[in-house]
Design a protein around this ligand. Structure first.
Ligand code: SF4
Length: 317
């Protein structure tokens, strides 16, 4: 069973990434219920899911930052977590804000979130050049350097997420340049991801949700992931730390290395669409607090008994 739960605090995003998975999966109404989110989190936490990722949309936007804050607070009340991370393009992390419940001097939002229990920022940066990274998002973003510095000031780790894609980081040499840059920033680790693949199934038709031509984009920009991984295996700069392992109930894989004896780096790929209801492929809590074990169809919704957090309904394992 997947040990991680993703809480989607809102569906909107200021960026316009051509590969956005949110653009290619089923949506629910953007109503927010912290009570129902809390119930869903208690439910999965009681099943041994102790990794929390708050995501969107963009969870640091002004309209969503309070939702992120309250989600962190209720998660902290539930129990201990291996990490409580926010998955972000970084837009609102450095904005000066006052804590929602107190009138104190403003501080960068990442500090306020750290006070509410944030341990990690998973920062999407698909290029080491700030200019190129901004082009991928189609918006202005704070620099990774500024975000890492601020996060470290508040004791928050930073993981850099980079989609490998044609025209960005798409060769072994580009990956090494990216890793040297990441190493100089002092981030916790780097997560290189093959672009998501979308598979049609009897429960999911990606074309139904494909409002931004995401399928076309991923087809046009996919790299030869296997060849890149082969080069990594053959390089003395990389030491294998985690043999290629199946993840997400066999729909994805993850391989780990240490780069130049200093920086952990992971390579992952994932196919979306073939998940079976009840398999616990990935836990997703939508803004309205509904819990799913994949975000591709309504059949993946888990009925959370309000009074029985910690036990799955019959037939679900
Ligand atoms: S930043 Fe994330 S949520 Fe926003 S458009 Fe890009 S991939 Fe989608």
């Amino acid at each position: 069973m997947n040990p991680q739960v993703d809480v989607v605090v809102g569906l909107a995003c200021n960026a316009k990434c051509g590969f956005c998975v949110q653009e290619c999966t089923r949506k629910t109404v953007d109503q927010f219920s912290i009570e129902k989110i809390s119930t869903a989190l208690k439910f999965v936490h009681g099943r041994g899911v102790h990794r929390l990722v708050i995501t969107g949309g963009e969870p640091t936007l002004d309209g969503y930052a309070k939702r992120t804050y309250y989600t962190l607070l209720v998660a902290s009340e539930i129990g201990s977590w291996e990490f409580k991370a926010v998955y972000t393009n970084g837009t609102g992390l450095l904005e000066d804000v006052v804590r929602p419940c107190m009138m104190k001097a403003p501080m960068p939002r990442v500090g306020v979130l750290a006070e509410a229990g944030l341990t990690d920022v998973n920062l999407s940066r698909h290029h080491y050049s700030h200019k190129e990274a901004a082009v991928v998002f189609g918006i202005q973003i704070p620099t990774a350097e500024d975000i890492v510095r601020a996060a470290q000031m508040f004791g928050v780790n930073v993981r850099l997420n980079c989609n490998l894609m044609r025209g960005c980081v798409d060769t072994f040499e580009q990956m090494c340049t990216y890793l040297l840059w990441a190493k100089s920033l002092g981030v916790k680790d780097v997560y290189f991801r093959n672009l998501f693949r979308f598979a049609q199934s009897d429960l999911y038709d990606p074309r139904e949700f494909n409002t931004r031509n995401v399928l076309q984009f991923t087809q046009n920009h996919s790299v030869d992931f296997e060849s890149l991984l082969e080069k990594v295996y053959g390089s003395t700069d990389f030491v294998l730390t985690k043999q290629r392992l199946k993840k997400n109930e066999g729909h994805g894989t993850e391989t780990g290395f240490l780069f130049q004896n200093a920086l952990p780096v992971y390579f992952a790929d994932l196919t979306i669409g073939k998940e079976r209801p009840g398999a616990g492929t990935y836990w997703v809590v939508m803004p309205n607090g509904y819990l799913y074990d994949a975000f591709t169809s309504e059949q993946h919704r888990i009925d959370v008994p309000l009074t029985q957090a910690g036990t799955l309904p019959e037939g679900r394992s």
